[in-house]
Design a protein around this ligand. Structure first.
Ligand code: HEC
Length: 464
């Protein structure tokens, strides 16, 4: 037991009084607050902005969500369903843990937004003041961004045979424009979002006078690992008229399930675009399907006003990348197993965007950097892997990683029957297989996009 002197006891009693007063005050604040919040949420005063920011980008004509959530009627009619899918966390889809790191354009509801949606549904989805209905944001069909300057469509629709096998194609999107220009951003819009799993796009630029007919050759060719690249490039008619090959700028655009293309502020990234050229979509991967289907995807181009000042760099850790997966990526049946991969930075970098990539056995993912002084920089954490949402996550401001830091990624795979996405029943040994990217084989990749550090990078605002 501890005895206090009378003086201390008096002081304590005084403190108690203050505490009681404080708690009365804070109780009052709570009541006041709840009065404030208990204002009936209506479409007009509360719900519309929540839906327009977190749902409508994917829930409108031409987008993946199925239901259109644009008008009050469309949204109110499904109020109960909206309340249900948000309550159980199914929507909006945002696998990255916001307690670990934050990104641009997150689809995330705050607790109070979530509650407002529940109350709104329970009270019959009221409209509220009809004179102040918020206007839906301007959306463009087939674009998540503003109106594109140039739209290229796959010249022929790809017939996907329903034979339950993966298809790997190369598609050529030739173009011809009036003048050389600059590209600020490129957006790939998949037509068949269900089957299209992956694409890695390159830019082919023809020097002045080197190519008469950019449309020459086939525009869709099966990717065959055994066939020489040059043979395929010739099939696609990519060569200059004199038989030499034009410049190819690699990885100008990537796609994975759910990906929304990245747009950086003018001056970061971007490309030169010659009058004549083509987009070459490699590793165009369609997952297996039992029924015939088709795809005719499009590419949106946004022109820039200035030459690209700071080209972005891309590095792939893990499968098919610069760093080894440890131990080698093999997951025995009925096992949950973890792997890691890491690199050490050779210069100070400004990290812009990260993309964790696993297939169907993925369970969780984490990446962080460890500075030479031992401090840890959290990069991204996905507690519950979801194959359908493999975003390229862009930081709100570049994350500065000093030279000599270790960038480390850790992934856990679940090859048991408890994993509802396990493609095999009973489970089979699954792992990396040569250069295979088949959905039923596994991959463990961490793709980072960065700039060599420049003073002031930490203050660049990457939000749109
Ligand atoms: C990034 C795109 C995206 C965003 C953002 C998004 N959804 Fe979805 N939503 C989808 C897709 C795609 C589907 C189709 C099912 C699937 O693939 O999971 C879907 C399905 C649904 C369904 C149908 C569920 C069912 O059982 O049929 C509802 C309801 C829904 N979303 C509501 C919402 C609400 C409410 C929000 C915002 C709070 C939201 N979604 C945000 C893409 C999105």
């Amino acid at each position: 037991m501890i005895y206090f002197s009378t003086k201390t006891q008096r002081a304590l009693r005084a403190t108690e009084k203050i505490l009681v007063q404080l708690s009365v005050l804070s109780a009052l604040v709570v009541i006041l607050n709840s009065c404030n919040n208990s204002e009936q949420p209506t479409f007009t005063n509360r719900i519309a902005p929540i839906i327009y920011k977190n749902c409508t980008p994917c829930h409108r004509t031409g987008e993946a969500g199925g239901y259109s959530f644009v008008t009050y009627q469309e949204i109110a009619r499904h109020a109960d369903l909206i309340a249900a899918v948000t309550k159980d966390g199914y929507m909006p889809p945002w696998p990255a843990d916001t307690a670990y790191s934050r990104f641009c354009d997150e689809f995330v509801l705050t607790q109070s937004e979530l509650e407002a949606l529940q109350v709104w549904a329970k009270t019959g989805a009221p409209l509220g003041d009809e004179n102040t209905i918020p206007k839906p944001p301007d959306f463009f069909v087939d674009s998540t961004h503003e109106k594109p300057d140039l739209v290229l469509k796959m010249t022929e629709s790809f017939f996907i045979k329903g034979d339950n096998s993966d298809k790997f194609m190369i598609a050529k999107f030739p173009y011809e424009i009036a003048n050389d220009t600059f590209i600020r951003a490129i957006e790939f819009v998949p037509d068949n979002r269900k089957l299209l799993h992956h694409m890695n796009g390159h830019l082919v630029s023809y020097p002045e006078g080197k190519k008469k007919n950019v449309a020459e050759g086939q525009h869709l060719v099966e990717m065959d690992m055994d066939t020489d690249q040059v043979v395929i490039y010739k099939q696609l008619g990519l060569q200059n008229d004199d038989g030499t090959f034009p410049t190819l700028t690699p990885s100008v655009i990537n796609y994975l399930p759910g990906v929304i293309s990245t747009v950086y502020p003018e001056g970061i990234g971007g490309y030169r675009m010659s009058k004549k050229g083509a987009f070459l979509l490699k590793d165009l991967h369609y997952g297996p399907t039992p029924v015939n289907d088709s795809d005719q995807s499009i590419i949106n181009i946004y022109f820039g006003n200035k030459p690209p000042k700071r080209p972005t760099n891309e590095l792939i850790l893990g499968t098919l990348g610069v760093s080894e997966v440890v131990p080698p990526l093999q997951i025995p049946p009925d096992e949950v197993k973890s792997f890691s991969t890491e690199i050490t930075t050779t210069e100070k970098i400004s990290l812009l965007t990260v993309n964790p990539h696993l297939h169907l056995l993925g369970k969780s993912f984490k990446s962080y950097a460890v500075k030479p002084n031992g401090d840890t920089i959290p990069l991204v954490r996905i507690n519950k892997w979801d194959f359908r949402w493999q975003y390229f996550y862009t930081y709100k401001k570049p994350v500065i990683i000093p030279k000599g830091s270790r960038i480390r990624a850790e992934a856990t795979f679940d090859n048991t029957t408890a994993n509802p996405n396990n493609p095999f029943s009973p489970p089979r040994q699954v792992g990396e297989r040569n250069t295979s990217m088949r959905t039923t084989d596994e991959m463990f990749q961490f793709i980072i996009t960065f700039l060599p550090y420049r003073k002031g990078d930490e203050n660049i605002n990457l939000e749109r």
